[in-house]
Write a protein that binds this ligand. Structure first.
Ligand code: NAI
Ligand code: AKB
Length: 359
């Protein structure tokens, strides 16, 4: 009997919703190098008015993708609607536009991004803009620009304005030479996608800015995220979202990965909860700045069986996409997130009863 770790509750939920503080250096980032964007080193800084007792003023970049709208909803509940600004280069749907502040922001436009941060007195930035693994392989120059140049803009602005910065990484930051079952936080990382390379770069640059300049950089490596009311953005784990939409709409699902491809996955509510928790964690609790987080791990075949318990008429066929399959075969099968659990109390909510998860 296959082991379907922790998926049952998430499947039910999805189908229902388908109808530094280290202080090493005080040298500000704008004084590094000779970039024209950097102002004179003796100019006075804006100091951040946010204190721990106030609500942060939040900006989310790339907020109209699979995860950003849900994150905005969670953060607005906690910090107030007008304290959380969603941004993207796409046009928001009516319900998103009317649900709270939205602003156009291209992360490749450094001056515009800085203006938004200054004018809105932003104190926390969640940097979600990215090209995911499959679309990244289809357009490497654009992925390199958005995922690497865009990140550099965000890092500079965050350091210049003393922001607390969250950048998500991914299981895709590991590669075929990483240990796959389980994959620990610290191990060899030699990904073979532009997406993975850019995310390792983000992890290392964020940590470097933290240790070198005191940037409050926080990063979680997300598994594949499953959600019902938002569409995936072109990744390798998209099948695990598409199956729910197709089960409800057509009763037929064609999977682009082999039936036995095991990958770490997480329900969106757990992912967003972890993101808020790590941002609220006291700096002293964080022994690292980049953590794996984990919830469940399953194959397409196991997920299909679970969905068929709720939608017995669902027909599943397989038509393997070689690019996505090669990517999936190089990624972790199970994630070791013991450091996140120990340091800041990470615990996922979407779980199977113990006896089922042990098979
Ligand atoms: N969804 C998932 O399964 C996982 C997501 N992540 C990470 O979480 C973050 C959010 O992921 P998703 O919402 O799924 O991504 P998505 O692909 O659905 O959305 C990304 C957004 O970035 C925007 N964007 C692209 N170029 C831009 C630019 N130049 N300026 C501003 N925005 C731009 C797009 O318009 C899009 O709305 C990404 O950084 C991703 O790498 C990490 C692991 C798993
Ligand atoms: C796991 C991810 O980072 C993303 N969903 C992708 O498949 O590219």
């Amino acid at each position: 009997m296959p082991i379907v770790k922790n998926v049952s509750r998430a499947v039910s939920q999805l189908l229902q919703s388908s109808g530094c503080g280290c202080g090493i250096s005080i040298v500000p980032v704008r004084c590094i190098g000779v970039s024209p964007r950097q102002v004179a080193s003796d100019a006075s800084f804006h100091s951040v008015s946010f204190s721990e007792s106030d609500h942060p003023r939040v900006l989310i970049t790339g907020g109209l993708g699979q995860l950003g709208v849900g994150l905005a909803k969670l953060l607005r509940k906690r910090f107030g609607k007008n304290n959380v600004i969603l941004s993207d280069i796409r046009k928001p749907a009516d319900h998103v536009f009317h649900s709270g502040p939205f602003i156009y922001s291209d992360i490749l436009d450094y001056k515009n991004l800085r203006e938004i941060v200054v004018n809105n007195r932003i104190t926390w930035l969640f940097h979600y803009s990215a090209l995911l693994s499959a679309v990244g392989e289809a357009n490497v120059p654009l992925a390199r620009a958005v995922n690497i140049t865009g990140l550099h803009n965000v890092l500079d602005i965050a350091a210049e304005h003393n922001l607390r910065l969250f950048v998500p990484s991914t299981i895709g930051a590991f590669g075929p030479t990483s240990p796959r079952d389980p994959t620990p936080d610290l191990c060899i990382q030699r990904p073979r996608t532009i997406y993975g390379v850019s995310k390792v770069h983000a992890e290392l640059m964020g940590e470097y800015y933290h240790y070198r300049y005191g940037l409050d950089f926080r990063c979680l490596r997300y598994p594949g995220i499953i959600s019902a009311d938002s569409q995936p953005g072109g990744g390798t784990t998209d099948y695990a979202v598409q199956i729910f939409h197709d089960a409800m709409k057509t009763g037929k699902f064609q999977c682009n990965l082999k039936p036995d491809t095991r990958l770490p996955m997480m329900y969106i509510d757990d992912c967003l909860k972890a993101t808020l928790e790590v941002m609220e964690a006291p700096a002293e609790a964080l022994s690292m700045r980049t953590y794996n987080i984990s919830a469940m791990s399953f194959t397409p075949e196991e997920l299909a069986q679970e969905v068929q318990k709720h939608v017995p008429e669902l027909q599943v066929t397989y038509n393997v996409d070689e690019v996505r399959q090669a990517i999936a075969d190089s990624w972790p099968m199970n994630f070791d997130d013991s450091n996140a659990r120990r340091d800041w109390g990470w615990k996922h909510d979407y779980d199977l009863p113990e006896e089922e998860s042990r098979g």
